[in-house]
Structure formats: C-alpha cells, structure tokens
Design a protein around this ligand. Sequence first.
Ligand SMILES: [Zn+2]
Ligand SMILES: [Zn+2]
Length: 287
Amino acid sequence: MDNLWTESSFHDNIKNMVAQICRKLGYATREEFKGKDWRADVFVLANGIKYAFEIQSSIQSVRKTLERQAKYIRDGVIGCWLFEKEPKQKNELENLPLFRLNNNNDNVTVSIKDRKEISLEVFIKDFLHGNIKFCSSLNPLELEVRFIKMDCWKCRHENHIYYIGDLITPCNAKIFFGDIEMWISEKLMFTPEIVEKVLDHAKVNNKLNMATIKERYSNTVGNTYLSFGCSKCDSIFGDWFVFEAIIDTWYGDGVVDKMMISKKEIPVDLKSETPHWCHPGENDFCE
Ligand SMILES: [Zn+2]
Ligand SMILES: [Zn+2]
C-alpha cells in the first residue's frame, strides 16, 4: 500500500501540516513565500516576529544550511530547520535552530537533539511562543541516586552503598556523573542533604542494608576521609574498592534500587557550560 510518506510527498505533507498548525494558532501564514533571494516553505508572522520554517527532506550540509540561514538573518527572519535526515553537528548553534523530524506510522514528531521527542504541533507552538530557547549551560533539575550491593571485605556482611548516576536537566539531557572523586571527603554524594534523603529512602526500602558513612582512617591513603564502612564491623570500604564496585554497575547491571533527588534541595552548583537548544516544558530553562 502506498502511504502518505513517499520521499516526494513527505516535504509537501509536512509543509501543509506546519502551515495548518500556524493558522490554527491564529498567525498570518504563507506557504512558498518568496523573499529577496529566498523562498520559505512556511512563512509565519507571530507576535511581530517573522519566522520561516524550512522542511528538508533531502540531505543538506550544515555549511549549506548556514549559507541559506544567513539570508534569513540578514532579513530579520528567524529560520527554523526541520530535517528528515539531520546533518551531523559538532556543537548546537544559536543562529541555527535545526531539528530532526521523525515519522512513526504517520505520527510526525520532532526530536530536540535526541533529548526529547515532541509532536510537530507542540514543537511549532512552543517554538513560536518562545518555549524553545538557546541556553548556554545545562542546569540539572534532578539527580539520580543508584544503590548497589557491597559485601564487607572483612566479615562478609552484605551492605549497600550508593552513588550519583545521571544528572537530569529540565530539557531531559542526561549527564552521567558516576562518582569518580576518590579519597576526598567533599564528594557530591556525601553532601549532607543527599545523605539525609538517601538514608530516609533506605529506611523505607527494607531490602537495603546501608553501609555507614563517617570519617575513617585509611592505611592505604594515610589519611582520614568520609567513607562508607560495614554496618556490622565498621571496617572502611576503601575508595578504590568502592570505585571498582561503582564502575561495574555504570551500565545498569547490579543496580538494586534507584531514587531521584530534586536539585532544588542540594546547595551545590551542578551547571555545566554546554550551549544547547532547551525545551524545558513545564520547568524553567537551563539558562
Ligand atoms: Zn564487616
Ligand atoms: Zn536545557
């Protein structure tokens, strides 16, 4: 059976859909609108701002796209590019909003750089309403805590320890943390607010037998640091062994429980400079 999405009609179908969405939102909309030396698939005037939506079903390089985009920038038009085959980009660019269209059984969605997948309708609406914005840093909203098993090397008693897995931003970027700081007390996972939440959680889940956390002297390091230790015999779980146990579960195997902690409750700056197109939905932008 022929579907609506043969290569030749894909472009026109999406174009019609985008135009329809814009009209439904009440904005002046023109298809195949001609400018000086450009022609926009869908040209929209929304809240005094001119937009051009370009649907790209054939392959086009970033360089070529930037050339075409320069004309829009010159003429004060915000060009937004929707690619069927998104070209590879090293970095996301503020002057080039460029996203990938996906078509699953005639349900057209837009991928926000693989972080989020939203319907074409929501995408167009949020783009025109300023709910998709270029931000300079990723600013986590939540931290994922992972619990793993660690038997005492001395008495063999079964203990559980934890570490920070992903930091998750409002735009759903997952930044893997993985706790690799060793032999220091100032670890993110030992932030008092995190320890408190984790211990509260562990009390409710009776499968978890938490190792105790306190300052212990390590012969290996010749120093005292905040450490996990056996809940039965109090032997220190050295950071090297803790780290090895953590690495073994980085890809998910051996994680016995998880919990999420809101960043709002943690007085630590977790922002990282990563320019990106941010779609936070109900939440605040990364900024
Ligand atoms: Zn022990
Ligand atoms: Zn963001």
